[in-house]
Design a protein. Structure first.
Ligand code: LRH
Ligand code: MN
Ligand code: MN
Length: 386
């Protein structure tokens, strides 16, 4: 197979998971702007996600957030997804919205609150059993606002205990993905603030505990591709929550703020065998002011473009330049790939997959946007900014 054919084959099998909450209304803590036609139920979120897959061909699964996507029958929900040509993916837990969690969830000083939080996580594993989901994604809003507020070390012990209980409940083939975040909503300490803390917990738990890199969860200037390279080397990269940031956890469309960073990340994914080692490529975004479905389509395409460029890096030329200490030559190899216009290649890939070469335009022509505005009245709030 030529290198180009290999790149095309990889692009055709790429899978980007879209998040159910990105289809619903969202906002900042100042305002949620309601859009017309947004889903009112988890089923309608899946209907929208199916459209993204229909036009991109590479978004076959949908992440759920519990309780935002609570429903009476998860097996039926999985069937609904299958009927639409998608499947249910990662189950995201939510231990940050109840009043009980004012001082944290699994790290809370009160054992009764910790019990409530762990029970929720165990319920998420029950849901995974019903949906056939492989991954449980944990993000904890736990932390403190003031020095002395709680014991930093004791909170780590409580966290470890909770994680161990949930890890022990995982079934065969199920994984635990632990997500870190520098700050917010806690401002002084965060209990899982960085990849090192997440990695240390995962190491203790076992091989099915892995780290999730949410691209918006770092300090400005952090070299995220280095983290990716390290976690892949250690076989502990569980997946990505892709989005873009300018300032904090902005949750903007992936590849919109810094497409070069996304390329550098995807280069390390390609280098580290990330396409074949169970790395989950998920979006975690909110579309507060822009049309949601086209924004998600655009995001999937941005991931594809960065991936295509990463796949086009001339690995032999790069290795040779690096061996020779040819600093400028090595950098040029990488930049050549980054500066390639891969849009014609991706149009070809889509045509070969039987798709319209322009997913955004195809969606626009489909009439789905008009249909949901006419049919859906009173959309659900995703849970943000409420
Ligand atoms: C937290 C986070 C986490 C949540 C999601 C909605 O900031 O990134 O992944 O589950 O947002
Ligand atoms: Mn996230
Ligand atoms: Mn986030």
């Amino acid at each position: 197979m030529t290198e180009l054919a290999a790149a095309k084959a990889a692009l055709k099998t790429q899978a980007v998971e879209t998040p159910s909450w990105a289809y619903a209304n969202s906002g900042t803590r100042f305002k949620v702007f309601a859009q017309q036609g947004v889903p009112r139920t988890p089923q309608e979120k899946l209907d929208d996600a199916a459209k993204v897959h229909e036009f991109t061909g590479v978004a076959p699964s949908v992440a759920l957030h519990i309780p935002w996507d609570r429903t009476a029958d998860y097996t039926a929900l999985a069937e609904h997804a299958e009927d639409r040509g998608v499947r249910l993916g990662t189950i995201n837990s939510n231990t940050f919205q109840d009043d009980a969690y004012r001082l944290g969830s699994v790290c809370h000083p009160d054992a009764a609150v910790r019990r409530k939080a762990v029970d929720h996580l165990l319920e998420c594993v029950d849901i995974m059993d019903a949906t056939g989901s492989a991954d449980l994604k944990l993000w904890f809003a736990d932390g403190t606002n003031y020095p002395g507020q709680d014991d930093i070390r004791a909170r780590q012990d409580r966290l470890a205990e909770a994680l161990a209980e949930v890890y022990g409940r995982l079934g065969e083939g199920q994984r635990m993905l632990l997500e870190y975040k520098l700050f917010e909503p806690a401002f002084y300490t965060t209990d899982v603030p960085d990849w090192g803390t997440a990695y240390a917990h995962c190491l203790k738990l076992g091989p099915r505990a892995r780290v999730v890199v949410d691209t918006g969860h770092h300090a400005p200037g952090t070299n995220i591709e280095f983290i990716v390279a390290t976690l892949l080397r250690e076989e502990r990269l569980g997946g990505f929550d892709f989005n873009s940031r300018f300032y904090a956890d902005d949750d903007l469309m992936v590849g919109s703020a810094d497409p070069f960073q996304l390329f550098r990340i995807m280069h390390e994914v390609v280098r580290g065998g990330g396409f074949t080692s169970g790395t989950a490529f998920m979006l975690d975004q909110c579309h507060n002011i822009e049309a949601k479905i086209p924004a998600i389509i655009r995001s999937v395409m941005n991931v594809q473009e960065a991936t295509a460029k990463a796949l086009l890096v001339d690995a032999d030329a790069l290795a040779a330049a690096q061996r020779d200490g040819d600093v400028l030559g090595a950098n040029a190899v990488l930049m050549d790939a980054y500066n390639t216009d891969v849009r014609p290649l991706l149009r070809e890939v889509r045509e070969e997959m039987g798709l319209d070469p322009d997913p955004v335009e195809a969606y626009r022509r489909s009439g789905w946007a008009e249909r949901i505005v006419a049919e859906r009245v009173g959309g659900e709030q995703a849970g943000w900014g409420a």
